[in-house]
Design a protein around this ligand. Structure first.
Ligand code: KG4
Ligand code: ZN
Length: 396
């Protein structure tokens, strides 16, 4: 039994949660800054830090109150160390350090990407659904598109192991949704708007060439022995022999822009942007009313290209690495087409497949508390000198 108070401030959500023993969610308060950033079509780092400063104290107090706890009854404080916006991370880290110092409680630094994976593990434990390992995890959000092979703790250790097997070489998938929504004169964040509008378009009408990612010369040897279930090789994955499954989404964004130019859609986009700016809080129907069939077809085709690429490479990696389960997590995991495509393909391969609920798909502190729990059990506490790491990597 351990009560962990976790704080998350890596991007544009200020969140605090109290979780008991890595699985019982007593509270999970999320203050979203979307309204602040929406008018800019993306997160403005300076505004994010300012908003975190404003929100952190009330959000933490609310998380404790909802959990029926006080600072004194908490066993440890966990906080996101990175990756994320340095100034935003520092707000959470500084506050967590001050709390840990004042209360004389242990402090646990958590990798945000590990947090996203633990959002699924937490809910899996809650529902009693069987998670099978090794699992292939796709962490896909506005800031990240990563593939990891996840191994559960072995008897001798409480540590989860993550082996990176792919990532985006340029834009994150969520970023591509946001940028395409912006260039078509729609709102922010783009993902949910594009998902809604895509239902009204023909996803086969615009053909986007799938991104051809060449295997990077360095670090990849097409060794046939590397293409085996890692467990049959004693579980020792050799990074230099591992085939990679990288993504690239900046090309498709440019292809959408080119389509807009060649089909002379710009004046309609400008008119749409102006009309939507007159509506204080546009609803999904407002976006739909202001889109012509050609735009809806373009949106549906864009979503299909991105989602099918994500699902296709994720499943190819799962097969390659002999994964037994599939985890899809992060903001873009809310996308229904991604859920359907990954589920269909995973079931065909006989893999168990898991997504977080929509509430735990996007950034939240409950996932940070869940990821901190095994570290708490192992007594892996952080040196109080640690700082924010904007590009913190996971595994390797
Ligand atoms: O995990 P998250 O809240 O924050 C980051 O760490 O980035 O993810 C937000 C991202 C945004 O890019 C948003 O457009 C995308 O997730 N997103 C979606 C959907 N809902 C949110 N993308 C596609 N379909 C959705 N339904
Ligand atoms: Zn995230």
């Amino acid at each position: 039994m351990a009560l962990i108070l976790a704080i998350e401030s890596s991007c544009d959500e200020t969140s605090a949660a109290v979780v008991r023993s890595g699985e019982e969610l007593l509270s999970n308060v999320v203050y979203s800054q979307i309204a602040t950033h929406a008018q800019y079509g993306g997160v403005v780092p300076e505004l994010a830090s300012r908003e975190h400063l404003r929100a952190i104290v009330p959000v933490v107090r609310e998380a404790l109150a909802q959990a029926g706890q006080a600072f004194q009854t908490i066993d440890a404080i966990a906080v996101t160390q990175g990756p994320g916006l340095a100034g935003a991370l520092l707000v959470g880290i500084t506050y967590a350090k001050a709390l840990a110092f004042a209360l004389n409680k242990p402090l646990i630094a958590v990798n945000h990407l590990e947090g996203h994976i633990h959002a699924v593990l937490l809910e899996g434990r809650q529902s009693g659904s069987e998670l099978r390992f090794p699992a292939l995890a796709l962490v896909v959000s506005g800031g990240h598109t990563h593939l990891y092979l996840v191994n559960s703790p072995q008897a001798s250790s409480a540590a989860w192991r993550y082996t990176p097997v792919g990532h985006t070489l340029d834009d994150a998938a969520g970023e591509a949704f946001d940028k395409v929504a912006k260039l078509l004169g729609l709102g922010y964040p783009g993902g949910p708007i594009i998902e809604y509008l895509a239902q009204h378009g023909n996803s086969s009408s615009v053909k986007f060439a799938p991104a051809q990612i060449k295997l990077r010369e360095k670090g990849i040897a097409p060794d046939p022995n590397a293409r085996k279930n890692p467990r049959t090789r004693g579980g020792t994955l050799q990074q230099q022999q591992m085939p990679r499954f990288d993504f690239s989404f900046s090309g498709i964004k440019t292809a959408v822009l080119r389509y807009v130019q060649t089909h002379e859609m710009q004046s309609a986009i400008d008119a749409r942007r102006r009309a939507l700016a007159q509506i204080p809080k546009p609803a999904m129907e407002d976006y739909l009313t202001h889109c012509d069939p050609q735009t809806l077809d373009l949106i549906a085709s864009f979503q299909r290209a991105v989602v099918d690429d994500l699902a296709g490479k994720t499943l190819a990696a799962a097969e390659e690495y002999g994964a037994q389960g599939l985890l899809v997590t992060g903001g873009v995991a809310a996308n229904s087409r991604l859920r359907e495509r990954s589920t269909e393909r995973a079931e065909r391969l006989g893999l168990s497949v898991h997504f977080p609920s929509r509430k735990l798909s996007t950034d939240n502190a409950a996932m940070i508390a869940a990821a901190a729990f095994p570290k708490f059990v192992a007594g892996e506490f952080s040196d109080p000198q640690f700082s924010a790491e904007a590009s913190l990597a996971l595994g390797g």
